[in-house]
Design a binder for this molecule. Structure first.
Ligand SMILES: Cc1ncc(C[n+]2csc(CCOP(=O)(O)OP(=O)(O)O)c2C)c(N)n1
Ligand SMILES: [Mg+2]
Length: 353
C-alpha cells in the first residue's frame, strides 16, 4: 500500500472539469459543459462507487460458494449511474428500478450489512431475509422489481402522488435497454406527458438485454428519442459528473412544472446478465468508471488509500452479518398487509423480541 504523506488539506477544496457534451432531443439547451466538484463530494462519490464495486465482487464470490442462492443480478460497471443520479437529486425524491438493485439500495440509505444479509437470506436483511437480491426497499426507494418494465408505470404513480401533494418532489423511474421495447413504457410516457408528471425516465443502456445486443433487439437504439414528444438527453453513463449534471438539469425541468423528461445513460455491465449467466465480458480498464475518477480527480495516493478502506468495510460487515439467523417458516406470515389464511393484519417481524 502506498501511504500518503500529504493530508487532504494540502489539496484544493474544489476543482472544475470539462465534461462531455450531451446529445439533446426536443431541447434548445442542455446541461453545462463543465462541472465543479468539491473535495467532500469527490470523496463521497468515489467511496460509494468503490463500496458498490466491492459489494458486488463479494456477492459474486458468495454466489459461487453457494452462500447466496437464487436470483442475483450484479451492478458492477454501472456505479457512476447510481452515484451520479443521487448527486443530482435529494433523498426526499423518489426512485424505483428493476432487479439490478443492490447499488441503489446502498445509495438510498441501506447499509452494506443490510444488503449482504438480505442476499444471504438472513433475518437482519433489509427485507428481513425474505426478499433477496431483487426485492430490497428503503425510504423513498420502491425496489427492486423482477418483472421487466413493470416498475416504470409504478414510478409514474409515485410521480402522480408527488404532483397531487404539491411537495416539489419527483420520481426517477429506471429501466434497461431491453425493457425500453415494452408496451407499458409507451403507455406511461403518454399518461405522464398528458398529466405533466414530475418524472425522470432513465434508460440505463448497458448494451445488452440478457445476452442480446441492442442492435439485435431495438429498431432504434436512440433510446433518448423514444419518448417522441418527451424531451430527451443522451449521457455518458460512465462519467459520474456527466450523470450528475444531466440529472440536475432533468430535475430542474421536472420541478419547474414542464412534465417528464427522458435520459439515456450509456453504460456497461461487467458481469453477465445474472450470476447464472457464465458470460464474463472483458472490459478495457480505461472504460472503468473507477478508472475515470482515479485518473481525472485524485492522486494515486488518495486512490490507493481508499481501496483498502472499502474492503475493510466489507470484511468488518461480514463478521456482523454472516452469523445472523435465518428466518423460519412462521416468519413467512409476518409483514403482510393481510394474512393469506385468516384475512387479518399480520405482525411485523421487527415487533418480535
Ligand atoms: C415481463 C418479463 N419478461 C421477461 C423477463 C425475463 N428477463 C429478465 S431480465 C431480461 C432482460 C432485460 O434487459 P434490460 O432491460 O436491458 O436490463 P439489464 O438486465 O441489462 O439491466 C429479461 C428478458 C422478465 N423478468 N419479465
Ligand atoms: Mg440492458
Amino acid at each position: 500500500m502506498v501511504a500518503s504523506s500529504r493530508s487532504y488539506a494540502d489539496f484544493t477544496p474544489e476543482a472544475t472539469f470539462d465534461i462531455k457534451k450531451v446529445d439533446l432531443h426536443r431541447l434548445e439547451e442542455g446541461p453545462p459543459l463543465t462541472a465543479t466538484l468539491t473535495r467532500e463530494e469527490g470523496l463521497k462519490y468515489y467511496r460509494t462507487m468503490q463500496t458498490i464495486r466491492r459489494m458486488e465482487l463479494k456477492a459474486d464470490q458468495l454466489y459461487k460458494q453457494k452462500i447466496i442462492r437464487g436470483f442475483c443480478h450484479l451492478y458492477d460497471g454501472q456505479e457512476a449511474c447510481a452515484v451520479g443520479i443521487e448527486g443530482g437529486i435529494t433523498l426526499s425524491d423518489h426512485l424505483i428500478t428493476a432487479y439490478r438493485a443492490h447499488g441503489y439500495t446502498l445509495t438510498r440509505g441501506g447499509t452494506v450489512r443490510e444488503i449482504m444479509a438480505e442476499l444471504t437470506g438472513r433475518r437482519g436483511g433489509i427485507a428481513k431475509g425474505k426478499g433477496g437480491s431483487m426485492h430490497m426497499y428503503t425510504k423513498n426507494f420502491y425496489g427492486g422489481n423482477g418483472i421487466v418494465g413493470a416498475q416504470v408505470p409504478l414510478g409514474a404513480g409515485v410521480a402522480l402522488a408527488c404532483k397531487y401533494l404539491g411537495n416539489d418532489q419527483l420520481c426517477v423511474s429506471l429501466y434497461g435497454d431491453g425493457a425500453a421495447n415494452q408496451g407499458q413504457i409507451f403507455e406511461t410516457y403518454n399518461m405522464s406527458s398528458l398529466w405533466k408528471l414530475p418524472i425522470i425516465f432513465i434508460c440505463e443502456n448497458n448494451q445488452y438485454g440478457m445476452g442480446t445486443s441492442v442492435e439485435r433487439s431495438s429498431a432504434s437504439t436512440e433510446y433518448y428519442k423514444r419518448g417522441d414528444y418527451i424531451p430527451g438527453l443522451r449521457v455518458d453513463g460512465m462519467d459520474v459528473l456527466c450523470v450528475r449534471e444531466a440529472t440536475k438539469f432533468a430535475a430542474d425541468h421536472c420541478r419547474s412544472g414542464k412534465g417528464p423528461i427522458l435520459m439515456e445513460l450509456q453504460t456497461y455491465r461487467y458481469h453477465g446478465h445474472s450470476m447464472s449467466d457464465p458470460v464474463l465480458p472483458t472490459v478495457p480498464s480505461w472504460l472503468d468508471v473507477l478508472w475515470v475518477v482515479d485518473h481525472s480527480v485524485y492522486t494515486w495516493e488518495t486512490v490507493e488509500c481508499e481501496k483498502p478502506s472499502s474492503i475493510a468495510v466489507l470484511d468488518t460487515n461480514w463478521c456482523a452479518w454472516h452469523l445472523l439467523p435465518y428466518p423460519v417458516q412462521r416468519h413467512l406470515y409476518l409483514d403482510l398487509p393481510v394474512h393469506p389464511l385468516n384475512g387479518t393484519h399480520t405482525q411485523s417481524m421487527s415487533q418480535l423480541s
